[in-house]
Design a protein around this ligand. Sequence first.
Ligand SMILES: N[C@@H](CCC(=O)N[C@@H](CS)C(=O)NCC(=O)O)C(=O)O
Length: 251
Amino acid sequence: MKARLFVIPASHPSIAVELMLKHKGIDYKRTDLLPVISKGVLRAAGFPGVTVPALKVDGDKVQGSRPIAHELDRLRPEPPLLPADPDQRAAVEEAERFGDEELQHPIRQILWWGMKKDHSPLRGYSEGARIGMPIGLAVKTAAPIVALSARFNEASDENARRALEKLPALLDKVDAYVKSGVVNGERPNAADFQIAPSIGLAMTLDDLRPLIEARPAGDLARRFVPNYPGKMPPIIPPEWMAPLRGEPAAA
Ligand SMILES: N[C@@H](CCC(=O)N[C@@H](CS)C(=O)NCC(=O)O)C(=O)O
């Protein structure tokens, strides 16, 4: 099987698909792309959409972490990403949907909001990436890319604050998936690979890590992404953190 995966370094759904490929033992080549520039490259490569992860496999093109998971199971059924038992499969698919549609984006918005305030953590998030230029230069010239990415992801103050307000309920839901064994069970599944990188990315923020690491969600991230690249020093205003600490949000 010939596989090439297009990623943005430290992108959580991209890391999800890398974990899936490794789980299945599928050899792949990786193309690292800078955000924003990624869109043109993906279009030029013939993908219909403009987001990573995007996978070329045996001539076919699949885009999006969930469609890729399902295609990988079709192409190489063992070890499966989705359980054969219909009830278990439905539970994993629902957790996978939650991870993709509800969990990924608020965390992405918080990250781009933070990056807009301080570009310097970009270096850590790009660790090990091969983007066709020295990382130091990329970081120095990143301002327009960060501004466009923040705009593309609607990472305004208001939306970042709203994303933080959503986080406690999202973490509760991940904890519940862990406790009920839908994720973090004996046999890793598509929902493990989908959800763990989002939690791992959230834990790269110094503001958020202490609120997550002792929870079942933290166990999940430590198991699947123990070395998530990047680290963002404290940046979130204390009053925005109130809902995460169980305190009422200030007006
Ligand atoms: N839910 C989609 C999300 C895809 C997505 O939004 N990817 C981001 C990176 S995490 C992207 O490609 N952004 C384009 C950019 O930043 O220029 C999936 O799981 O594949």
